[in-house]
Ligand binder design. Structure first.
Ligand code: TRP
Ligand code: SF4
Length: 405
């Protein structure tokens, strides 16, 4: 079933370990992950190889941030009992799948991905005319496909990478999913589901193929997901047979667009490390308070007696994230009439940010004191991820015919 219908999915997402996480990550990504982990099977990973595509000459920063990134995740409430957390390079199967996918991926598909040129423009000081950087989105495809993830929570900028992943999966299935006697094998597989389920499958398949009933397609997919006694190969056949093609070895994932984060930085721009306008998740409370107290306000309010306009003020944007209507009414009135000072106005924001960060910081400190615990959470995640990755890779090798003994 699809994302909207609420059925459990397999979720995968990753983050590049290039620095400490800040409130922008929390509001933009991590709150969403925390939410997803309760409803779905989740895999979250530290994309250290992806970081290396741009930080190859500065690889120390990756090493310094891998462990810390997981600490930040844990501090934000990602729960190792609900979600797997792991490190990309500890699951080398990603690399093998990346290599195999590279054989069937037209160069033009990669050259066309907008982030390729955009990032080269943006990071002009770096030489990104590398083989690895061109392959960045394909490595991401391998990350996703190796877990046969159905949902990939990403921001707007990453949607094109999920689209590419879908195209690559389709091409892979098209090239390697055909087999002699496919139809007979699929029919036999349907019978293995048992009488009732098999009949329902056939009915839904007909409804989809003859009337284009997409709801029937979704229902049939869910039915297949629920079958316990099918082999992986039979399941792939039945997924493929539904839509008329060959086996579906690598299912096409969907991007789960993360609701656009409105998290503004201290200067009113989007919060981002490159703008130097961040509040880190582990900043000390005193530092947080100081950053907020010294952040700019409406430049027309030079003196306390000058009226201001919240629309021209970055503090107002923080009110929109952190305070209620009543407080915001007080700001509107007090600012435009010079009835309140800017420090008065900032206080409710200071209080709310500190309250939000307090439990995060506390948990982070706890994990900082127990690095062994973090390491074992990661080790378990690596193992669980590898188990899944190996399974997919075995299927992929078999489909290509790379099975010689
Ligand atoms: N490219 C992603 C980013 O910059 C990180 C990433 C790597 C990723 N592999 C992934 C995200 C797989 C989702 C799925 O944010
Ligand atoms: Fe900004 Fe508040 Fe000062 Fe108005 S009173 S300028 S909204 S900080």
């Amino acid at each position: 079933m699809n994302a909207a219908s609420g059925t459990s999915q397999r979720i995968l997402s990753g983050m590049r370990p290039t620095g400490r996480l800040h409130l922008g990550h929390y509001h933009g990504v991590l709150k969403n992950w925390v939410e997803l982990q309760h409803r779905h099977e989740c895999f979250f990973f530290v994309a250290d190889w992806h970081a290396l595509t741009t930080e190859y000459d500065n690889s120390q920063i990756i090493a310094n941030n891998v462990h810390e990134m997981v600490v930040d995740w844990l501090a934000c409430g990602i729960n190792p009992g609900s979600a797997r957390m792991f490190i990309q390079s500890k699951v080398p199967e990603h690399a093998e799948l990346h290599l195999l996918l590279s054989m069937i991926t037209p160069l033009s598909w990669l050259e066309r991905v907008p982030t390729y040129k955009d990032q080269q423009e943006k990071l002009k000081e770096k030489d990104l005319a590398t083989y690895g950087f061109l392959g960045y989105p394909l490595l991401q495809s391998a990350d996703i496909l190796i877990y046969r993830a159905t949902g990939v929570p990403v921001g707007e900028d990453q949607v094109v990478h999920v689209e590419l992943t879908r195209e690559v999966a389709r091409r892979f299935n098209h090239i390697y999913g055909t087999e002699p006697g496919f139809e007979e094998k699929a029919e036999a597989a349907a019978r293995k589901m048992g009488k009732k389920a098999g009949k329902l499958y056939q009915k839904l398949r007909t409804a989809y193929q003859e009337q284009g009933d997409t709801e029937a397609l979704e229902t049939a997919r869910a039915l297949l997901e629920d079958q316990q006694n099918l082999t992986l190969a039979d399941r792939e056949r039945l997924f493929g047979y539904l839509e008329g093609g060959g086996r579906i070895i690598l299912p096409e994932p969907q991007a789960l667009l993360t609701p656009a984060s409105k998290m503004p930085g201290l200067d009113g721009n989007k919060m981002s490390k490159s703008y130097g306008n961040t509040i880190s998740l582990r900043d000390e409370p005193e530092a947080v308070e100081k950053k907020l107290r010294t952040m700019p306000t409406d430049t027309n309010r030079v003196r306390r007696t000058d009226p201001g306009d919240p629309k021209r003020c970055p503090v107002w944007q923080l009110h929109e994230v952190y305070t209620n209507e009543e407080v915001r009414g007080w700001v509107q009135e007090g600012c435009t009439s010079a009835g309140i000072g800017c420090l008065d106005c900032k206080q409710p924001v200071v209080d709310a940010v500190l309250a939000e960060l307090a439990p995060i910081r506390e948990r982070a400190l706890e994990y900082e004191r127990n690095p062994g615990e973090v390491r074992s959470i990661i080790a378990e995640g690596n193992e669980a991820a590898r188990t899944q990755a190996r399974e997919t890779l075995a299927e992929v090798r078999r489909a290509i015919g790379l099975e010689y003994s």
